[in-house]
Design a protein around this ligand. Structure first.
Ligand code: 6R9
Length: 652
């Protein structure tokens, strides 16, 4: 981490104990830590007991085939039943499940009873398309209620879904469809973003030109945009789903039945299909949502302002809140459409009590100014959460002050696609919060910060974050690649799960997350692999070689900076520097998606490499962040860096 960030951490010494009224009524008290430490299995069994099981489990955790875990073995349950039907059966059918707010201002209210009917219809529709338990279904959708319905319909019939973020390109979508061998895709004509319809169906059509196994595409009409139609393959949601009966008996599946695959960037160009299964995942998603957000289903209005296409949306828009029978807000669009107060208008309109979002959003709001949220009545808020990247103390304090009215706790929650649910976080009724620290592992979770040799570091020191015991919602494997699962997560420190994050233990033993220690960037809370962007760049005819780094960015956490060595074809094309950068940025957008578009592209004659030929990204990051050069003794040619520096345009 940079010296600047460190000094910020040191200068913010304020501590925020839990508000007395919240603590007095909190779902979870300090006793949970002791209970879980004394008997973690019993603790998780009690958490699993918050769900409906059709058949009881025989064993709580089976770690006999480590690192392949099984939880609640022998138990059977249905995730959709747990998220929907059981609340209706308990008499809460009239409770609102989602207040949907479309970007153009259209709204829909779905009660739990409405959701149950829709999920049953969609489940029947998928069955009519030949989808059976175990078949994978790809979902490529905007943020609309049908996305939730589609996921739950899949879960209901035991068909693992793979939701692909709507901002990903046709190529990225195709790669994921092929990797998990999905035969059915659910999509929409488009969604609304930044004040205009943004098409999705054309990307599906393009992706499917090379996916012959896909036989059906179910299309929701959202924007009314014209769409190309493939007769026999494409079906309108409103034709097929609406015609189905609203009755469907949910079958109970094994606790270890696959629930979903979520692709995430790793250190290689090929995204990893993270596999989550049913019982353990739902147990921890539901328990953490209940404990960390202290939700009271009868009165809270909960809002995760993230996209369902990321794990945060899976666990804290869909599975956690619905398993707890909570009322949520679902917002389709961007924070500044039609004005920069849109989020706060939504908070005031629905009386949102709990808000969960990423530091990048908070820093953007800081930039826009405190006067914008100040125009809205935010007094309903009682708890704020942060996720996705380290939150700097200034942003933490601003969030609590400008949004939380100096009243609300802010829970900084560390977790990953792989962990499935929150792992390190304050408990709002128990913990005294420190701006910038996620504090300590949640009850039932064992984490440690270790040195290069896997030894725990003393308080006051930094190292690598590891998880030392299996947990219910842990990934079970990488889809189709068990060896990669072992190599990526379980080989760096034998016996421990290696998270890929650096962390520090302060003098109290509390944990501060310091960002990735591998070649994964974190841009606006999105994980993007440096190698993925590099391979997109070198797939362009102008580029011979590319090195990509994440450089510190005041708003997005990191920004993507690409160093490229050009081929002769680039000069022959006669483009100037700006046109060339535009061309390459557009190419990366096409290959991966707009989130991977480099902030800067710098043409260089050579790249710094170690003697073994590895690109020294650390040095490039120093250049990109304009810091003094680090150690260059392992460089094959240490003059390269000087040349790169001198070739940099002024002020970059
Ligand atoms: C949930 C999610 C995971 C990576 C993770 C870490 C970073 C997430 C964080 C955090 C510091 C937090 N991260 N939460 N860093 N403090 N509270 O974001 O999943 O997209 O898989 O990203 O995000 O680097 O390793 P995912």
């Amino acid at each position: 981490m940079s010296g600047e960030t460190l000094s910020n951490l040191l200068s913010e010494a304020r501590r925020f104990p839990p508000p007395a009224d919240l603590a007095a009524e909190a779902n979870v008290t300090a006793a949970a830590y002791d209970e879980a430490a004394a008997d973690p299995d019993a603790f998780w069994a009690a958490a699993a007991g918050r769900l409906d099981w059709a058949e009881p489990w025989q064993q709580i955790r089976d770690w006999s085939n480590a690192p392949f875990a099984r939880w609640f073995t022998g138990g059977k349950l249905n995730a959709a039943h747990n998220c929907v039907d059981r609340h209706v059966e308990a008499g809460h059918g009239d409770r609102v499940a989602f207040h949907f707010e479309g970007e153009p201002g259209d709204t829909r209210t779905l009660t739990y009873a409405d959701l149950r009917d829709e999920v049953c219809r969609a489940a029947n529709a998928l069955l009519s398309l030949g989808v059976r338990a175990g078949d994978r279904v790809a979902i490529y959708m905007p943020m609309i209620p049908e996305t939730v319905v589609a996921m739950l319909a899949c879960a209901r019939i035991g068909a693992p879904h793979t939701v692909v973020f709507g901002g990903f390109s046709a190529d990225a979508l195709r790669g994921r469809i092929l990797d998990c061998d999905a035969h059915v895709v659910i999509t929409a004509d488009g969604g609304y973003r930044k004040g205009a319809p943004s098409a999705l169906k054309p990307a599906v059509d393009e992706a499917l030109t090379a996916c012959p196994q896909v036989r059906s595409v179910l299309v929701v009409r959202r924007t009314g945009q014209d769409v190309a139609w493939s007769e026999g393959r494409d079906v309108w949601w409103h034709d097929l789903v609406a015609a189905q009966p609203a009755e469907h008996t949910a079958e109970a599946f094994d606790s270890e039945h696959p629930l979903y695959i979520m692709y995430t960037s790793g250190t290689t160009a090929r995204p990893k299909g993270i596999l989550h299964t049913t019982g353990g995942y739902l147990t921890q998603a539901a328990w953490t949502h209940w404990a960390v957000f202290d939700v009271k289903p009868e009165r809270d209005v909960y809002w995760t302002a993230a996209d369902i296409g990321w794990v945060t949306g899976h666990s804290y828009i869909v599975y956690g809140p619905l398993a707890n029978g909570v009322t949520s807000v679902l917002y389709e669009g961007t924070p500044d459409t039609p004005h920069q107060g849109r989020w706060w208008e939504i908070v005031a309109k629905y009386g949102v009590t709990i808000l969960y979002c990423a530091p990048t959003a908070i820093r953007t709001f800081m930039k826009w100014g405190e006067q914008i949220p100040a125009r809205f009545d935010l007094s309903s808020l009682r708890l704020l959460g942060s996720v996705g990247e380290p939150i700097n103390p200034e942003a933490w304090v601003w969030y609590r002050h400008a949004i939380g009215g100096d009243r609300t706790p802010v829970v900084d929650t560390w977790w990953q696609t792989e962990t499935g649910a929150q792992m390190i976080s304050p408990l709002p009724g128990v913990s005294t919060c420190k701006p910038g620290s996620a504090l300590r592992p949640l009850p039932g979770i064992s984490a440690e910060v270790v040195d290069d040799n896997g030894q725990p570091v003393p308080n006051g020191s930094g190292g690598y974050l590891v998880l030392t015991q299996p947990w219910p919602s842990m990934l079970r494997t990488i889809w189709g690649d068990e060896q990669r699962y072992i190599d990526t997560y379980w080989s760096r420190f034998p016996g421990y799960y290696f998270a890929g994050d650096g962390a520090k233990k302060d003098e109290d033993g509390d944990i501060w997350l310091l960002g990735r220690v591998d070649d994964v960037m974190n841009v606006s809370g999105h994980r993007i692999s440096t190698t993925e962007v590099e391979s997109a760049l070198v797939s362009h005819p102008f580029v011979a070689e590319a090195a990509v780094v994440g450089a510190a960015d005041a708003t997005t956490g990191q920004g993507i900076v690409a160093f490229v060595i050009l081929r002769a074809t680039a000069a022959e094309a006669g483009l100037d520097g700006a046109a060339l950068a535009r061309e390459l940025r557009a190419h990366v957008t096409k290959e991966i998606g707009p989130i991977a578009r480099p902030r800067q592209i710098l043409a260089v004659a050579e790249l710094p490499k170690t003697r073994s030929g590895k690109i020294m990204r650390r040095l490039l990051r120093d250049v990109a962040e304009n810091r003094a050069l680090g150690d260059v003794t392992t460089l094959t040619d240490s003059t390269v860096m000087q040349a790169i520096r001198e070739g940099l345009p002024e002020g970059s």
